[in-house]
Every structure is written in structure tokens, then in C-alpha cells.
Write a protein that binds this ligand. Structure first.
Ligand code: SF4
Length: 274
């Protein structure tokens, strides 16, 4: 069978890398923040970045079918142009200051220079490792963190906090950014930054409510680790979207549903958190 498209994981990782390269190129060209007045110039920079990325990835992945490969990059270009257009229209005066801000990870040219090797201490109970896609500052110097998503928008609305323990990036990345940068973070958000995701975003304020939800989630995980009680207990339909399905096999949800679990009270409480 011929390769008809890139798998979503590879496409997502290429998309992220191009965004990171674009951030550096736009900063160098003094085009940040991208505004309506700078949009045409930003498109020009995007084309240069895309051309180089296409060559690099072609060397690395050796795609078998030229037509499919070119169509994929045309799709990426359309998504990225839409993203820039959306960013240029955004209100709030947010100025991008860091891209791929890493903490607890090895040094790399693919991360922001202000990344730190130490893990980020969070709420005095956990140390986090990871990388934040984008950090922006407003006129008052307060920060907003963004996690870019390339899939369909699975979350929307204003009531999201930790999504029953399934959507942790907005709050945990906000807390990590506070620890790494020593500045107040106003909110964290998921930004579905492709046509597929409708360029929609969902924002979670970093306040007492979200800090409390993160604290309860971390305490639940801590307790489970201490007790060594980590059973497979997937919520309905979760296995379908899970990256570990190839390890668990296709029947884990069915198998887990047949077992009576008396000790899942804390996990079930967590799943009720918005
Ligand atoms: S595939 Fe395994 S790890 Fe993933 S949700 Fe199902 S049981 Fe959990």
C-alpha cells in the first residue's frame, strides 16, 4: 500500500518544530508580536522556514512518494498561515517571549535559551519535567502559557480546570512557568492551532481554584504511588485515544469494567473535578 499521508504524531512533531523555528526567525526579523500590519512579512518568513524544514525532513524521512510529501507540506503551510492570521487578530496585547521553555530536560538547540536543567518544583509536592510551547507577557509583565494542539478540539468553554485529571497542561505548565521564571502567570491555555482544530482555544486562569485542583490531583497520584495501587481503570472510551493502547491491548477497557473496584474512590472524585 502506498503512503497516503503522514501519521498524526509525525505531522504534529514537524508542525511543532516549524513553529519553534518560525518563532526564532520572526524574533530575528523584529516581527513579534505578529500583528495585521506585519502579517504579510510574517508569511514571507514562514515560507523561508518551511522551505528549509521541508528539505531537512525530506533528508531525514526519505518519503517514498513526492506528490504525497508535497501535499503534506502544502497542508502544513495552510495551517500555519491560518495560525499566524489568527494570532494577528488576537486581542490582549500578548507578546511572545519564550518558545519551547524546557525544565528538567537536557540542554538542546531546540529549546528556549532560558530553559533550565532542574525540574520545576510545583506546589511544594512535585517536580515537573517538560517543555512549554509558548510563554507570552502582557503590558503589566504578567505571563500566559500556551500548549499548542494539532488535533481536533476536544475541550471548549470556560469551565475547564483539569478536566477530571485528563487536561493537566494548562495548570501544571502555568505553575512550572512561575517556578522557572519567577513571575506571575495569569493563565494557561490549550490552543488548537490548525484548521482541523478550528483555531479555537480554551483558557484556564491560574487562581485558587485551579491551584487547589492541581494540589488534589497530585495528592491522589502521590497516595496511589505510596500504596503501590495503580490498577488499570480507564474511563469510558479513553483507551480509544490512548497512546499506550498497543501495550495494554484492545480489551483493557472491557477487562477493567468487569472487575469490581472498591478502592477507586479518590480516582472517581478526581474525575468529577472540572
Ligand atoms: S490503553 Fe491502557 S493506559 Fe491507556 S487508557 Fe486504556 S488502560 Fe489506560
Amino acid at each position: 500500500m502506498q503512503l497516503e499521508q503522514l501519521d498524526p504524531l509525525t505531522r504534529g512533531s514537524i508542525f511543532h518544530e516549524i513553529q519553534f523555528r518560525l518563532f526564532g526567525a520572526l524574533r530575528e526579523a523584529a516581527l513579534l508580536p505578529v500583528t495585521s500590519a506585519r502579517l504579510e512579512d510574517a508569511f514571507g518568513v514562514l515560507d523561508v522556514v518551511l522551505k528549509r524544514a521541508e528539505r531537512d525532513y525530506r533528508d531525514r524521512l526519505a518519503p517514498p512518494i513526492k506528490r504525497v510529501w508535497q501535499a503534506e507540506f502544502e497542508g502544513l503551510r495552510a495551517d500555519l498561515r491560518g495560525w499566524l492570521r489568527h494570532v494577528a487578530d488576537e486581542p490582549g496585547g500578548w507578546i511572545p517571549i519564550h518558545a519551547e521553555l524546557g525544565f528538567g530536560l537536557a540542554r538542546s538547540g531546540e529549546r528556549d535559551p532560558q530553559s533550565v536543567r532542574e525540574a520545576a518544583p510545583v506546589l511544594s509536592v512535585a517536580s515537573l519535567r517538560g517543555s512549554i510551547d509558548l510563554v507570552e507577557a502582557d503590558a503589566a509583565g504578567r505571563l500566559r502559557v500556551t500548549d499548542h494542539k494539532t488535533g481536533v478540539a476536544r475541550h471548549a468553554g470556560s469551565s475547564l480546570v483539569i478536566g477530571g485529571g485528563k487536561v493537566l497542561q494548562p495548570v501544571l505548565y502555568s505553575l512550572a512557568a512561575e517556578a522557572v521564571l519567577g513571575r506571575d502567570v495569569v493563565s494557561g491555555r490549550l490552543f488548537y492551532c490548525t484548521q482541523r482544530g478550528g483555531y479555537s482555544d480554551v483558557s484556564v486562569p491560574l487562581d485558587e481554584r485551579s491551584r487547589g485542583a492541581a494540589r488534589r490531583m497530585l495528592a491522589t497520584v502521590d497516595r496511589a504511588l505510596e500504596e503501590g495501587f495503580l490498577p488499570a481503570a480507564p474511563a469510558k472510551d479513553e483507551c480509544r485515544y490512548c497512546d499506550y493502547r498497543s501495550i495494554c491491548g484492545p480489551y483493557e477497557e472491557l477487562r477493567a469494567a468487569r472487575k469490581k473496584r472498591r478502592r477507586l474512590g479518590a480516582l472517581n472524585d478526581l474525575r468529577l473535578e472540572r
